[in-house]
Structure formats: C-alpha cells, structure tokens
Design a protein around this ligand. Structure first.
Ligand SMILES: C[S@@+](CC[C@H](N)C(=O)[O-])C[C@H]1O[C@@H](n2cnc3c(N)ncnc32)[C@H](O)[C@@H]1O
Length: 330
C-alpha cells in the first residue's frame, strides 16, 4: 500500500518513474502528487472556471487541445512514464554520441506544464541540456512560463515560442538534437503529430531523434471464443515513420493522404474489426494498444451484409485530421 502522507521531492519522483523496480501503484501516486503541485504552481486554477481554459485552438491542420485537457494528459500514467523513459534514453544516447555538446530538445506542444523539462531537469544540469518550448495555445504557454519561473527552471530554457508547429520555421535547426512532440490522440485523430513532423522533420539534420519515433495504426479482426478473444492481424493501415521517410510515397491528392487498401476474405464473416494504435516512443519504450488514452482501440461499425473484400483507409489532413474507412468490393 502507498502511504498517501508520504511526500517525495521531484528528484525522488523522477527516479521512481524511470525505475524498473518501482510498482505501478507508487508511480501513479507520485504522478498525482506532481499534478497537484504543478496545477498550483502554474496557477491554472482560475482557468478551470473559465471558457478559455477549455477551448481548443483551431489550426491550419487539426486542433490544439485546451489548457485543462492538456493538463490532464499528465495523469495518463502509462503514457507519461513511457514518454519520460524514452526521452531520457534519447538524451543519454545523444550525450554518448556528442560528448562535448549541450543537448538541445525542441519541445513542440508543451501544454500548461511542459512536464518533461521539470522531469529531465532532475536528471541533468542546465549545462548538459536545454529546451526550446513552443506552444500554440497562449493560455498554456503562460502557465508553462509561470511554472518554469516558480520552480526555478529558467536556466534550462533557451526560448519560449508562441507558434503553430505545423508551419513554424526553426531559427537554428542545426542546434536541435531531439524533437519531442506529445501532440497525439488514438488513431492520430485531431491532434497534429503528423503535420507537425511533416513541417519540422525536413528542417532538421538526419540524425535528430524524434520522440515518439513512430505511430503505427493497424487493423485487427477479433471474435469472442470460449476462453477469451481471438485476434488476427489483417494489416498496417498507417506507419508514420515509413510515411515520412520516403516523401515519394506521400500521395497528397485532393486534400487527403491515401494510406492503405487491406484485403479481407470471406473467412472473416462473423468477426468484428478494430483499428489499433501503437506508439513507439524510443527503442524499447512503447505504448501498446489500450494502455493509454492515445492508444485506445476503435471498433468499426459492422457492415451488413458482408459484401466487401477490401478495407480502404484514408488519412485526411484537411479540414480535420481524421482516419476514414470505406468498404469496397473490387
Ligand atoms: C498533450 S498536450 C501536452 C501536455 C503536457 N504533457 C502537459 O502536461 O502540460 C499537447 C500540447 O500541444 C499543443 N499543440 C497541439 N498542436 C500544436 C501545434 N500545431 N503547435 C504548437 N502546439 C501544439 C496543445 O495546445 C497542447 O498544449
């Protein structure tokens, strides 16, 4: 049992979160402790009662979530832990590769807490690591500035930028070692991870580490059997890393990006079909399907009669970021 009265320092909390030995109950309880402290120190309490605290910001492509929603993401426990572990490893590897360089993290979409600045600041000195903090929601950026100042983390920040990462031009791209963007939802719905990478990745050196390094969408067939659920993998619907690696594969046509055609045989009559999201954070750090709000499975509406042999997926970029599925008989 976790003793609710125990208060850990932020350094102790980060050590608990990256430890392979600490249990999930303890990790959840220390994240809750951080949330309460950040909420108070970022002074977002007033916004909770205010429309501005809940409003999403419409972008050229997709939407940026409101302050209160972004703050809640910290309590998506598995996601926060895996992102921290992956980002930490990517910084350690960069240090090993470039021993004399201060590691520069470009943080696109900080939310009101920019929590990973505070976390990594417990593991590295301001001489070893620095951050550019970019956020499109002015309310969130104000909270981030307040929190950085109140927790005396200013020496870790090179610059605060109020800008849209889907169109922003980086001033000194050669300085950036890690691009971090937590702008994700399941099925890559609404939030701008894909257009952000489409804009920022080509500006950066080829060896820049991107965290999360990939998001994969796949389609599964499933049905309940006596001792559980039988699942069958049907195919990859969208692999962001592959998509960005080879621009010639990117068929941007009539305002959509064509993704995949997946054959489905008559054998699957009686099955249900679901889209699964998997986030590869970095190396062995990943968020598997259904472990987080950003990897929730989506069950497709059943098409009756079963008169199709192909799923046709498209990922729209305009006016909304959205995966669509049609059934075809080819
Ligand atoms: C998931 S939240 C980050 C939450 C963060 N972990 C926290 O605890 O504060 C993602 C943030 O990215 C921002 N964002 C989304 N799209 C953006 C874009 N195109 N440019 C800049 N910021 C963006 C949103 O406004 C939101 O604050």
């Amino acid at each position: 049992m976790v003793n609710q009265e125990v208060k850990y320092s932020l350094k102790e909390i980060v050590e608990i979160l990256i430890s392979d030995d600490a249990g999930m109950d303890l990790k959840k309880s220390v994240i809750d402790q951080v949330y309460v402290a950040f909420f108070e120190q970022a002074r977002i309490g007033d916004l909770a009662q205010n429309v501005a605290g809940h409003q999403a910001v419409s972008l050229n492509s997709g939407k940026a979530i409101g302050v209160m929603h972004a703050a809640e993401c910290l309590k998506d426990y598995h996601r926060t832990i895996q992102l921290l572990k992956g980002l930490h490893k990517s910084v350690l590897n960069t240090m090993a590769e470039k021993p004399n360089k201060k590691v520069h993290v470009f943080y696109a979409g900080t939310g009101p807490f920019a929590p990973f600045v505070h976390f990594l600041g417990q593991l590295f000195t301001a001489g070893q690591i620095c951050f550019t903090l970019l956020e499109v929601n002015p309310e969130s950026l104000n909270c981030t500035k307040e929190l950085i100042s109140n927790l005396q983390m200013t020496s870790y920040v090179s610059e605060f930028l109020l800008a849209d990462a889907t169109t922003y031009v980086i001033k000194n791209p050669e300085n950036v070692d890690v691009l971090f963007s937590e702008t994700l939802d399941s099925m890559l719905f609404r939030e701008a991870y894909v257009p952000i990478l489409m804009n920022l990745k080509p500006q950066l050196a080829a060896d820049v580490k991107i965290i999360p390094q990939n998001v994969k969408l796949s389609i599964m067939a499933f049905k309940e059997i006596v001792d559980g659920v039988q699942r069958k993998y049907l195919g990859s619907v969208f692999n962001v890393f592959e998509f960005l690696k080879d621009p010639s594969k990117m068929i941007v046509k009539e305002e959509y990006v064509q993704c995949a055609k997946i054959p489905v045989s008559k054998d699957y009559e009686g099955y249900k079909f679901a889209i699964q999201t998997e986030v590869q954070v970095y190396k062995d750090c990943s968020i598997e399907f259904d472990q987080s709000s950003i990897t929730l499975s989506f069950v497709l509406e059943k098409k009756v009669p079963f008169d199709f042999n192909t799923f046709n997926f498209t990922y729209d970029l305009y006016p909304n970021l959205e995966l669509k599925c049609d059934f075809e008989n080819q």
